[in-house]
Design a protein around this ligand. Structure first.
Ligand code: ADP
Length: 470
């Protein structure tokens, strides 16, 4: 059942049950706990008494006395008087001496009626007329205020139209709280409905439905949480999409990058096989190109392997105590040879007496360092400078790799560590965008970090920072 229907049902049941409860409580408690006479009871007593009197032949004392005495015995709080039209008291159950009411006395007793009925302990007098054999007589009922009920609730209805004035306000009294609660719950229901609808729309490829619920209550808070969540999902979906397209681009670049050197290798190998080269120098040259291209393919395949390792999150991490300075010197020596004659100044600052023993996985740190140096050569060669340095701090060791090339614009600095991210995606033949993310993973394994700062064409510095005891 929908909550709107439930709401209406609950409201109708509540209205009906509150009316029933109101009436039952009033009548039951009134009759159980509020003993005493009400105007209705007095009227009924008078009616029954007058009915008995109307049956007698002559309304004299002898005939009236037994009737009034019987009523008095049943209701000792009541004093009953039977009075003739001229004011003569024919019979009085309190047996006062025979007398005759004059107009002033009678008027005085009934003058404050019915107000006396609501008074605390005022005497109450009710006068009823009765015609016997065509002559008018009066039955006077007297009782003390204390004998009456503590309170009484009644409507006075002379004509049916008056019911409008009684029931219309009563209807408001009863319905207004329910109607206002119904309105309030309906508005909550509407807001929940909107939230429901918006939640049903959430999806990776769906447009985000933004809720404009500014109220400070729980539903407003929920709507704000929903907005934040939907935006997060949307942003993450966009990121995944971007990531996916970068991965696709990488694969297409990779197949191109592998095919080009392979074609060259095949071509030069064929010339060697068929002896179609002219002299020994040309053979050397072909062999050098084959070697160079094969190394390049080897490095691409290495990177592919890194991607697989990252995907399955299996790194072999075996930390041992090693001298990081030694490791840097060994790597730097390789690059000295490689860069010989390439017009790049190589500056290695690794002090001899330096104690740089740290608990690290030497092969992983070497991979990270080589990645940074390769990047410095590949992207920063324009600055014709490569700097490698080591600095020992109290708790950690930092390895710096510097170049003075084109550098990295500030907006890309945070992104270059993402997988497959390359500042210039369109370029081929330079890398897969995996190197720095691999460096970041290696540093995390060592409880360290990789930091970067760059002033394009002045200095770009990458720092590998790791604790001495990882
Ligand atoms: P790849 O080198 O395979 O593209 P990396 O993760 O190693 O991937 O580097 C990501 C990007 O960061 C590179 O595409 C390059 O644009 C930029 N980058 C890295 N090192 C440098 C550097 N020393 N100078 C300028 N740009 C760099």
């Amino acid at each position: 059942m929908r909550s709107r229907t439930k709401l209406w049902l609950v409201m109708l049941i509540s209205v009906a049950s509150s009316i029933i409860l109101f009436l039952v409580t009033m009548f039951v408690s009134g009759s159980l706990w509020d003993k005493g006479y009400s105007l209705n009871i007095l009227n009924t007593i008078s009616q029954e008494t007058r009915a008995l009197i109307s049956e007698v032949q002559a309304p004299g004392k002898e005939q009236i006395q037994p009737i009034l005495d019987t009523v008095h015995q049943q209701h000792p709080e009541l004093r009953l008087e039977w009075v003739a039209a001229d004011g003569t008291v024919i019979y009085d159950t309190s047996h006062e001496p025979e007398r005759r009411y004059d107009f002033a006395e009678l008027a005085y007793r009934v003058a404050n009626m019915p107000n006396n009925m609501w008074g605390e302990n005022a005497p109450i007098t009710l006068v009823y007329t009765e015609s016997v054999n065509g002559n008018p007589f009066y039955l006077i009922l007297n009782l003390h205020g204390e004998a009456m009920k503590m309170g009484q609730f009644f409507f006075y209805v002379r004509t049916n139209e008056s019911l409008i004035f009684i029931f219309l306000p009563l209807l408001w009294l009863l319905l207004l709280p329910y109607l206002s609660s119904l309105w309030y719950f309906s508005s909550i229901n509407r807001r929940i409905g909107k939230l429901n609808h918006a939640l049903a729309q959430v999806g990776l490829r769906q447009e985000v439905v933004v809720l404009h619920d500014k109220s400070k209550d729980e539903i407003g808070e929920l709507a704000r949480h929903y907005n934040a969540m939907a935006k997060r999902i949307h942003d993450q979906a966009a990121e995944i999409e971007q990531f996916d397209s970068r991965r696709r681009l990488l694969l297409s670049n990779l197949s191109h990058d592998l095919r080009t050197p392979l074609t060259m290798i095949l071509g030069y190998a064929e010339t060697i096989r068929t002896h179609s080269y002219k002299e020994g120098d040309e053979l050397q040259n072909h062999a050098r190109i084959i070697l160079q291209r094969s190394r390049y393919m080897d490095s691409l395949l290495d990177q592919l392997l890194d991607i697989t390792k990252q995907d399955s999150n299996v790194y072999e991490f075996k930390p041992v105590s090693v001298s990081v300075s030694e490791l840097i010197r060994k790597v730097a020596a390789d690059y000295f040879l490689f860069l010989d004659g390439q017009n790049i100044e190589v500056d290695v600052d690794v002090p001899e007496e330096f104690d740089s023993v740290a608990l690290v996985d030497a092969s992983l740190i070497e991979r990270a360092l080589r990645n940074l140096i390769d990047n410095a050569i590949r992207y920063g060669s324009g600055g014709q400078y490569l700097g490698i340095a080591i600095v020992r701090h109290e708790e950690w060791i930092s390895i710096y790799v510097k170049d003075r090339g084109k550098g990295i614009e500030p907006e890309y600095l945070n992104r270059i560590f993402e997988r497959f991210y390359r500042v210039d995606d369109g370029r081929r033949g330079e890398g897969l965008g995996i190197g720095l993310s691999f460096v970041r993973d290696i540093m995390e394994l060592h409880c360290g970090q990789v930091l970067v700062s760059s002033k394009p064409n002045k200095e770009t510095v990458f720092e590998l920072r790791f604790p001495k005891r990882a």
